[in-house]
Design a protein around this ligand. Sequence first.
Ligand code: 5AD
Ligand code: FES
Length: 338
Amino acid sequence: MQPINFNDQLQVLDNLELILSNDCYNQNLFKTADEIRQKYHGDGVHLRGLIEFSNYCNRSCYYCGLRKENKNPERYRLSQKEIISAALTAEELGYGTVVLQSGEDNHFTLEIIAEIVKEIKEKTDLAITLSLGERTKEEYQEWRQAGADRYLLRFETSDPQLYEKLHPVGNFQNRIDNLYWLKESGYQLGSGSLIGLPDQSVQNLADDLRLYKKLDLDMVGLGPFLMNPNTPLAGEDNGSFELTLKMLALTRIILPKAHLPATTALGTVDSKGREKALQKGANVMMPNVTPREYRANYQLYPDKICTDENPVDCSHCIPARLKTIDRFPATGPGHSLK
Ligand code: 5AD
Ligand code: FES
């Protein structure tokens, strides 16, 4: 097998398909990703408190349990007061950032979200990340003005045909346009994709990596596709844990400064999945701060972890997990290194 110097980013970019399809590189790949993480980010792990504030969604993504056709989850919205209170909890628990995430829910208008952002900024020192799906350019601009720092919008797959097969609402070009609008509006930008989608090829995954690079992302979230039986993808195979870790390690090498979370999906397929991710390039964790009574209904995929816990439980669990791998919670907001 052709030798590859994993410290040479260009060489890695030129050989993505080869690396993704041959496991003989794994040891070197993982070791180099961990070294690069240590060099750029140190051993502190940024904690972002996640508030899943509405599971209403306008869209019909084939993989997702929140799709509008799914009658299983009981739909909920946190009140404005409950959202602020969850943000205050995040700050008390020592997190530097709060992530406001929901389905695509137009009940939360431009004005309501702007008010929530302003109130959190007035009452706390938290950085704010929004993750509300595709909205208008005007909304992105106003929320940035109101004080939002970052936005997460995964492109899910870089293959336009696969994208359109899985997303009856929206199209690939629109997704990309939204990502550029967010960038122009001055957000630290996060995106990412699903690994192991039905009919996804190695070439598709290599293209995902090239698109992360092209978008010059500040944050990249990636996780394995996990089959949800209440969706049109019922019966399909889950994405591979190992392949997801390879994608993560490659992302670390091609975007050394990016913030990379050890995602909940990785923690769901392997009880030590998040710790393994933190040893292969990841430097962020997203403890859930949604009040416990709502969690089970934010079911993107089955067996999602932390649904029986409350915010305080996760705040004890995560530092304990970090300790087992000689890591610790980082302080401060953990803004983009760029
Ligand atoms: N498996 C794994 N991840 C999923 N997501 C949605 N449904 C699934 C699933 N079945 C991810 C999407 C979305 C993020 C919030 O959750 O990538 O962007
Ligand atoms: Fe929620 Fe471990 S992070 S219980």
